[in-house]
Design a protein around this ligand. Structure first.
Ligand code: ATP
Ligand code: IP8
Length: 263
């Protein structure tokens, strides 16, 4: 495979129009594919979120809470289907750039227990990396051994893969410049936190909010909580604005870029 793995999360807030249900942001998706091509970083795993493509359906049918009635089954199927469709748009853009991107579907290789990853069939993903392909995973509606089904966030997948594969770095692309002292969309006085220690992160957890749009996995707060195991393992982690040109490209190369570095 050669070298340690870089893990890039393309946040749903950047790759979809979060305020408008079922709306991918094709301009951002296509530009990000170009940046990933330009960055030329190997080995690379991409994980993407659901944004407005999947969170509204997951919320409507209470998929995260688990199976309670037959009527939810269509919601489970539709949530997964929305992620497959968004994944297809991302693969279209990456393949258009000549990148060997291959979907690895979490619902087919992960089992959770009360919402936490209990097991993951990792071999196909590792073989793809060895071949030089770019595995592309996503948050998903998955089978849960206790709840029947649930929502697995892309952030939990990122942290789990980073810890188990001892990643080189994690880059999280969202629609804001990083972690602020308060939600920058609600508080114009919020200040960007450029570097953050794990102690400071734990300290300000209660000031970090959810997303303003439908988000069943907890917005920025959910992200930070999920990332803690990877940060505790000292895997360099940076949150950057993926809606602004070149930030993701520089971040996956390990270059200095505007954002929040957690170390
Ligand atoms: P998805 O879960 O769909 O992949 P995402 O990972 O791109 O989405 P969100 O879960 O939407 O990102 O979280 C990002 C949002 O969190 C921002 O749009 C911002 O409004 C909100 N937010 C809340 N509190 C803060 C904060 N303290 N600093 C930065 N953003 C914050
Ligand atoms: O957007 C969950 O993944 P996330 C996606 O990374 C859904 O939180 C709702 C299936």
């Amino acid at each position: 495979m050669g070298g340690k793995i870089t893990i890039l999360k393309l946040g749903g807030s950047a790759i979809t129009v979060k305020k408008k249900a079922f709306t991918p942001n094709l301009n951002v998706i296509n530009r990000l594919a170009l940046e990933i091509k330009k960055a030329d970083v190997h080995p690379l795993i991409i994980v993407h979120g659901g944004g407005s493509m999947a969170h509204p359906i997951a919320k409507k049918f209470k998929i995260k809470e688990g199976y309670k009635r037959r009527g939810q089954l269509m919601g489970f199927a539709e949530t997964h289907y929305a992620m497959v469709k968004l994944n297809e748009l991302i693969l279209d853009a990456l393949i258009e750039q000549g990148l060997p991107a291959v979907n690895v579907q979490p619902s087919a290789c992960v089992v959770t227990e009360n919402g936490r990853i209990r097991s993951m069939e990792i071999k196909p993903l590792l073989e793809l990396l060895k071949l030089g392909c770019i595995p592309v995973l996503h948050g998903d509606a998955v089978f849960d051994a206790v709840l029947g089904f649930t929502i697995l966030s892309g952030d939990q997948l990122v942290a789990n893969l980073a810890v188990n594969l001892d990643a080189e770095r994690i880059v999280l692309g969202v629609d804001v410049d990083g972690i602020y002292t308060a939600d920058p969309k609600l508080d114009p006085k919020a200040k960007l936190i450029k570097t953050m220690s794990i102690e400071k992160l734990k300290d300000i957890q209660n000031k970090i909010g959810n997303s303003l749009a439908d988000d069943v996995t907890g917005g920025m707060l959910g992200k930070v909580v999920e990332l803690l195991p990877a940060i505790e393992q000292k895997i360099p982690t940076i949150i950057v604005n993926a809606t602004k040109p070149n930030r993701v490209c520089k971040a996956i190369r390990g270059e200095k870029v505007a954002g929040t570095v957690i170390q």
